[in-house]
Design a protein around this ligand. Structure first.
Ligand code: MG
Length: 208
C-alpha cells in the first residue's frame, strides 16, 4: 500500500443517536468529508493536542480499508472492495467545528489536522459473521465511554462505498471512517484511549 497516496473518507452523522446529541438533523444522503494522509498517526506515536483548540473530542469509528481500485461501484458489488475492518478515532476540534458550522463553512480545519485519524490493527472481515452487526467500544483511562454496533448505521458500509465512489475513485489503501455512535467527549493531556472491536483491543492512543 502506498500510504503517501492514500485518502481518508469520513462519514458524519451516521448514527441517529449521535446526530441527536449534537443537535444535528438526520440527513437523506451521507455527510462526507476528507482527511489527508498527514491525519494518520504513526504507529505508537502519541496524539498531541493542537494549540488551536481547547475542546478536542474523540469519535470512535469502524474503519474500512479499500482493497482495490473502483469507481461508480454498484452497492451489490461493494463488498468486493474491502477485506479488512479496523477501528479508528476521528479526532475533532469541537469548538472550531461549532464556529465553522455556525458560519456555514467547511469543517476541514476542525477535522483534518495532523494526527486526527489514528487507526489500529485491521482484522479480516471474515472474522465477522455480519459486518453490519459488529460491537465496538472505547475506553478512556479504563472507563467505557462509547459503545456502538454497526447495525445502527444510517448508511451501511456498502451504501457508503457506492455513494462515495460516484465522486472519488477509491484506491487500494484508502480508508473510510464510517461514523461515530453517541457518547463523544473531550480528551485532555495524559488521557489514554483504548478502542475495541468486540473483545479485541486494536488501538491505544496516548494524549499528550
Ligand atoms: Mg466522525
Amino acid at each position: 500500500i502506498n500510504k503517501k497516496n492514500m485518502k481518508i473518507i469520513c462519514v458524519g452523522r451516521n448514527y441517529a443517536e449521535h446526530a441527536k446529541e449534537l443537535n444535528n438533523p438526520v440527513n437523506e444522503s451521507p455527510v462526507i468529508f476528507l482527511k489527508p494522509e498527514t491525519a494518520q498517526n504513526q504507529q505508537r506515536q502519541p496524539f498531541f493536542l493542537p494549540d488551536f483548540s481547547s475542546d478536542i473530542h474523540y469519535e470512535t469509528e469502524i474503519v474500512v480499508k479499500i482493497c482495490k481500485l473502483g469507481k461508480n461501484i454498484q452497492e451489490k458489488f461493494a463488498h468486493k472492495y474491502y477485506e479488512e475492518i479496523g477501528i479508528g478515532i476521528d479526532f475533532t476540534a469541537r469548538d472550531l467545528q461549532s464556529s465553522l458550522k455556525a458560519k456555514g463553512l467547511p469543517w476541514e480545519l476542525a477535522k483534518s489536522f495532523d494526527g486526527s485519524a489514528p487507526v489500529g490493527k485491521f482484522v479480516d472481515k471474515s472474522t465477522f459473521e455480519d459486518v453490519q452487526n459488529i460491537d465496538f467500544s472505547l475506553k478512556k483511562n479504563g472507563q467505557l465511554v462509547q459503545s456502538g454496533n454497526t447495525s445502527d448505521m444510517i448508511f451501511k458500509i456498502d451504501t457508503i462505498i457506492a455513494f462515495v465512489s460516484q465522486y472519488f475513485t477509491l484506491k487500494k489503501g484508502d480508508l473510510i471512517f464510517t461514523g461515530t455512535p453517541k457518547g463523544v467527549g473531550p480528551v485532555t493531556k495524559g488521557d489514554q484511549l483504548e478502542a475495541f472491536i468486540g473483545e479485541m483491543h486494536l488501538l491505544t492512543v496516548k494524549v499528550r
